[in-house]
Design a protein around this ligand. Sequence first.
Ligand code: PNW
Length: 511
Amino acid sequence: MVKDLAPKAALPADFLWGFATAAYQIEGGATADGRGPSIWDTFCKIPGKIADGSSGDVACDSYNRTAQDIALLKQLGAKAYRFSVSWSRVIPKGGRNDPVNQAGLNYYKKFVDDLTDAGIVPFVTLFHWDLPDELDKRYGGFLNKDEFVADFTNYAKVMFEALPKVKHWITFNEPFCSAVLGYNVGIFAPGRSSHRERNEAGDSSTEPWIVGHSILVAHANAVKVYRDDFKPRDKGEIGITLNGDWTEPWDPESEADRIACDRKIEFAICWFADPVYFGHYPESMVKQLGDRLPTFTAAESELLKGSNDFYGMNHYCANYIRNHDGPADPNDTSGNLDVLFEDKFGNSIGPVTQSPWLRPHAPGFRKLMKWLSDRYGRPKMYVTENGTSIAGENDLSMEGILEDDFRCEYFRSYITSMAEAVAEDGCDCRGYMAWSLMDNFEWAEGYETRFGVTYVDYNNGQKRYPKKSAWEIKKTFDQYIGKLEKVSEVKGDVKVNPQVEVKELVEVNGA
Ligand code: PNW
């Protein structure tokens, strides 16, 4: 019998892998040592906003358990750790003329020292959704571009100055979510939209685009400061992290659905990535949104173009896409199309999880990585998030939670898909961080949805217990890393895929 060989999946020997978290989701210590509130502290206090009425006040108590977290990372074999800085811990009121909180800054300095002493490479996100509340109150946060850009750039500078050991900086995490979930749907802080049954104020048709624009300009300015003043000293790199899912046509025979698939990715990802690589928004967005989409000044466009040293890719799932005929709804943010879980024939894109938006579909990871690699000229990439929740996981006993076979299968298939993109398609992916190191505060879903490879027992002192999937990740990487010759930097025409040499054919579906 002929064995069913998977496509070649392999990764270079120096591939970095580990886990990701975010400050508000794990730290707790909400008022410790002078931390000021963020928009999420304020949002969580509004009844009905968080599924279980919870907040990040205590979360995983990582503020007081850094040694435990580092020991856990070591135990799981992680080479890298992505975490974010709570802006309002470092500058409680957030602004460029507001005082820096030395105790908050020291916390991150010590954490980076301890991590690097343990041999773990830090990836630091400056902004993972927790805007200092004062800046939202003072001038509307992202809605005031000039103020926001100046304050973010100052904050970034404070962090670059304080943490010279950090060699991998991420400016913003998933600006799409800040803009769309915060200002169009209104289910994330600060909770603005046109839906008056849900939000008191906001305009879903205009504000998301203004928010996205401010974030892009802030990213470009922070990158300039890093490159001008810190990169020569620290020799690090800086980029933005964007979320985006793969798309398949609802009707594979329909040209309109196939075009809509690309348009969906343009609205979700290229909204941010095109300005960062090309200095302008995608044509499809300009066409649909008209003058609701802000324009870049010539100087902003210049600053943005080429402002990524690497592409930070957050990726979770895929959808079927059905084109809409006729004009788009003014509140539409997807590109005038339906985002579906089933195709024309009733085939499901993937199994149900605990997250209403997430259906795993591993082949999409490879396809999207290739799609992005082609569009942006084979950029260096890091996967900065990838993971899944499990339907009903929180209702299981601890023993049941620890046997997370569904998550094991997710990681095995997704990591394999990525390793195929690298070995077969020549994508230049250098690292991968699973979401998440441990169960944590899952935003509007509270603690009911668990994304961790480590179970956190919130009722018994936030104790951590690795789930089966934590070991599955290591096993999977051990299988692929070192099987690929180091992909050398491509000079000249970067669009040409390099000839990567696979040392050994890896059988995945064997037996
Ligand atoms: C990401 N969606 O969020 C975030 O970066 C993490 O903080 C979060 O915990 C993780 O993914 C899991 O949700 C997303 O609705 C939240 O499409 C929602 C969506 C996508 C990403």
